[in-house]
Design a protein around this ligand. Structure first.
Ligand code: EPZ
Length: 426
């Protein structure tokens, strides 16, 4: 059984380069289908979710291979429009391929993406937007059969600024006739990165980062070479690691403007954070202070993906911090595991109350989801003794090599791969 072993109690000192953003490269890989050409993605992270997306592209007839650290995707040979149930189940966010396949081929068949560890993951906003653009979508037995002779540009108002729905509709709109405006669009930095990629392919897209994205569709698109933005949640992970263990770390390529809600909370807790053109430096001295209530919200609010990470960093703080998880219905599954390490956390519905404690103890714990697993490693850095973190298949979805990066920051962290199937039980 694979696990990460962490020897806690050691202050951090080191530097790490932040990997490419998982939540940017996934929609961009889907968007490569918009042209019958080759796209080269630089700074693409080697992740399980990326490999799952490459499997989907290959199953559609495309070529995809790593070439000198870049990812080259050739979508010219695409000859299928159906994503298998097995591939859909491998990665919940595969729904992001729907707009691209429909836009290019006029039809698409895929199974309903299941829920995940965070709770149900509906795609009703994706489907209603595509229907407004003229798609006919039948849902039968868990399978979505979609047809659109020609998507038509229109105004789509999202009832919630869904990241995935915004991205799916941006991509679909590139192949639609006329102008599409996505109103109440998500404003996450990954939306701006997708806009940058689409523009590099020749698309006319504007407004990313605001609550209205406009796409003038129907333009012929071509391949491109594009650099993926740095992963702001990976950066938040390592900032929280320094906050948890104490010490001084430097994160190169990290961009503070992408995670200002996280750095604001860490500064309030007592960390000294400075950023320059090349990255972010974080210095954390003595025991942290508890911070004012942390309410997760769509960007630029506090990111739900950093909720578990900050919680782990505050387990030994002075005082009490209240968390309110407003994006997903089941995003406190890491709490029981953090409690095994000595964390004092009470959960009631969307609210979790963390009371700082003097000591954490190294324990055997198991990841429950991607960011929850990273949070266990963050807490282990501050625990006395050795912690063993299992369930690495969750962590491998979003981190190239979490143990390696923590070691680069000065932690005693090592991964023991017993070579067993990555789909470990549980
Ligand atoms: C993206 O998920 C990210 N995933 C998530 O990271 C991230 O937590 C989330 O955005 C919020 O920032 C990727 O980008 C691949 P949403 P997404 O659509 O697009 C509800 C990770 O593993 N909703 O903004 O699914 C939904 O149920 C993941 O790193 C609908 O009701 O997020 C959720 O409660 C975790 N109907 C809320 O909106 C819909 O049609 C936010 O979802 C779509 C979403």
């Amino acid at each position: 059984m694979s696990c990460i072993l962490v020897e806690g109690g050691k202050r951090l000192a080191g530097e790490v380069e932040i990997q490419g953003a998982k939540n940017s490269v996934l929609p961009i890989l889907a968007a490569t289908l918009l042209s019958r050409d080759t796209c080269v993605l630089r700074g693409c992270p080697h992740l399980r979710d990326v490999e799952a997306s490459l499997e989907i592209l290959r199953s559609l007839g495309c070529g995809a291979q790593w070439r000198e650290g870049c990812l080259a995707v050739d979508t010219a040979p695409m000859d299928r429009t159906e994503i298998s149930d097995a591939l859909m189940r491998e990665m919940r966010s595969s729904a992001i391929f729907l707009g691209a396949i429909l836009s290019r081929c006029g039809q698409a068949t895929l199974s309903y993406p299941g829920g995940c560890e965070l709770g149900p993951r509906p795609i009703d906003l994706h489907l209603s937007g595509l229907r407004q653009m003229g798609a006919e979508i039948e849902e039968e037995g868990g399978v979505l059969r979609c047809r659109a002779a020609r998507l038509r540009g229109c105004d789509v108002v999202l009832s919630f600024p869904s990241v995935g729905a915004t991205e799916n509709l941006m991509i679909a709109a590139c192949g639609a006739e006329g102008v599409t405006r996505i109103v109440n669009a998500a404003r996450e930095p990954e939306i701006a990165d997708l806009q940058g990629f689409l523009r590099a392919c020749g698309a006319e897209v504007s407004g990313a980062g605001s609550d209205c994205v406009t796409v003038a569709g129907g333009r012929p698109l071509h391949g491109c070479t594009y650099e993926i933005m740095p992963d702001r949640i990976a950066a938040a992970t390592y900032l929280c690691a320094a906050a948890s263990a104490g010490g001084e770390v430097r994160l190169t390529r990290a961009r503070e403007e992408h995670l200002s809600a996280v750095t604001a909370a860490l500064r309030e807790a007592g960390c000294v954070i400075e950023s320059d053109g090349g990255g972010i430096t974080c210095r954390c001295g003595g025991r942290l202070r508890a911070v004012s209530p942390v309410r997760t919200a769509p960007y630029p609010g506090f990111p739900t993906d950093a909720q578990a990470l900050l919680m782990a960093a505050l387990l030994r703080s002075r005082g009490t911090t209240v968390f309110e998880e407003n994006i997903f219905t089941s995003r406190y599954r890491h709490v029981d595991e953090l409690s095994r390490m000595g964390g004092v956390i009470r959960v009631s519905g969307r609210v979790a109350v963390v009371t700082g404690t003097e000591r954490l103890r190294g324990s055997r714990v198991r990841s429950t989801d991607l960011r929850g697993g990273a949070a266990l490693c963050v807490a282990a850095l501050a625990a006395e003794g050795t912690s063993e973190i299992r369930g690495l298949h969750h962590i491998d979805r979003g981190y190239e090599d979490l143990a390696r990066d923590l070691r680069l920051l000065g932690a005693e962290a090592v991964r023991t791969d017993s070579g067993e199937n990555q789909h470990e039980s549980g």
